[in-house]
Design a protein around this ligand. Structure first.
Ligand code: GLN
Length: 308
């Protein structure tokens, strides 16, 4: 296995650049439509404390579905594995788009925590008296997992999500109607829209990946931020469901756990080695960063780190 180094990251970035032209920014959220699709950055944080950055790693972007990782971690901490997975959400990939509603009618329980329906159900289980309270706790957990005090809401993205979030409302009310959602649907949705609209950087999510890689312990401070077993569950789900209906292809091409968001971010985690954060807002048809996948594929080959 080759060691990660600055020049390897820069080569990965140049390789990835060609792919920004192959994608488009997310069109269904007006705020995301106007983001510059040529941005690209990659950051790797190793567990022994080294950090390499290339490109636009300090440009803030909305975290979108990567927030589902943080929500799942908090829900596991609040309610435990048995409660969550026996009653509220499954552990299986769907092969459907991330916002699909089709299986809810036949199966009731959302297939996994990384599709929208599953994430909404997970947010419902997070402790809090109101949506605002749940969000406050989510934000605190977010800051810890990303090792950054500056993570905050992007108000414009939040308003944009809320205004155009009818599909998510449909999912939440369907879950409510079938008794699969805890709490008030409007409050849960508000916490969900807010968590998706948090501003992060590639460096922030690289740290999140490093905490997961370090089995739940912050590699910088030594503080335990989640149980080792919860980190293992999350890494496993990232591998099987983290890239939605592109997860199988990604596992073959890249071969390690990752979670994408329609803001263009991807967090990847290499157990006992490092976390990687990529940001490239041009998306492939499945809603995953086109250039981000190319960068991760390059690194995977350069370091020879595919799990299988
Ligand atoms: N906020 C987005 C949505 O709910 C998150 C989806 C994603 O990143 N895939 O549609």
């Amino acid at each position: 296995m080759a060691e990660i180094c600055q020049s390897m990251l820069e080569d990965a970035l140049s390789y990835g650049r060609a792919f920004t032209k192959e994608g488009k920014t997310a069109q269904y959220i007006p705020y995301l439509r106007q983001v510059d699709r040529d941005l690209l950055g990659v950051c790797a944080e190793t567990l022994d404390g080294r950090r390499f950055s290339a490109g636009d790693t300090r440009v803030p972007f909305t975290v979108q579905s990567i927030a589902k990782v943080v929500a799942l971690s908090l829900a596991l901490q609040d309610r435990g594995e048995r409660y969550l997975f026996s009653g509220r959400v499954g552990l299986e990939p769907t092969g459907d788009p991330f916002n699909s509603i089709i299986r809810l009618e036949t199966d009731r329980k959302p297939y996994n925590p990384f599709i929208n329906a599953g994430a909404i159900a997970v947010v419902g289980t997070i402790k809090g008296h109101s949506g605002a309270d749940k969000f406050r706790r989510l934000l605190e957990h977010f800051k810890k997992l990303c090792g950054s005090e500056t993570i905050a809401l992007c108000q414009e993205a939040y308003l944009s999500e809320r205004e155009t979030g009818d599909k998510n409302r449909a999912l939440a009310y369907h879950l409510k109607a079938t008794k699969m959602l805890e709490g008030d649907a409007r409050e849960v949705l508000d916490a969900y829209f807010r968590m998706c609209s948090l501003y992060v950087t590639a460096e922030d999510i690289a740290h999140l990946g490093a905490v997961l890689a370090n089995r739940g312990v912050d590699p910088g401070t030594g503080e335990r931020l989640m149980e080792a077993n919860h980190a293992r569950i999350i890494r496993t789900l990232m591998l099987t469901c983290g890239m939605y209906d592109g997860s199988g292809q990604f596992a073959v091409k890249v071969g390690y756990p990752a979670k994408s968001g329609v803001g263009g971010g991807i967090v990847a985690t290499l157990v006992d080695r490092m976390g990687i954060g990529v940001f490239g807002p041009a998306l492939d048809p499945r809603g995953n960063s086109a250039a981000g996948i190319a960068v991760l594929e390059y690194l995977s080959q350069a370091m020879d780190i595919r799990l299988f």
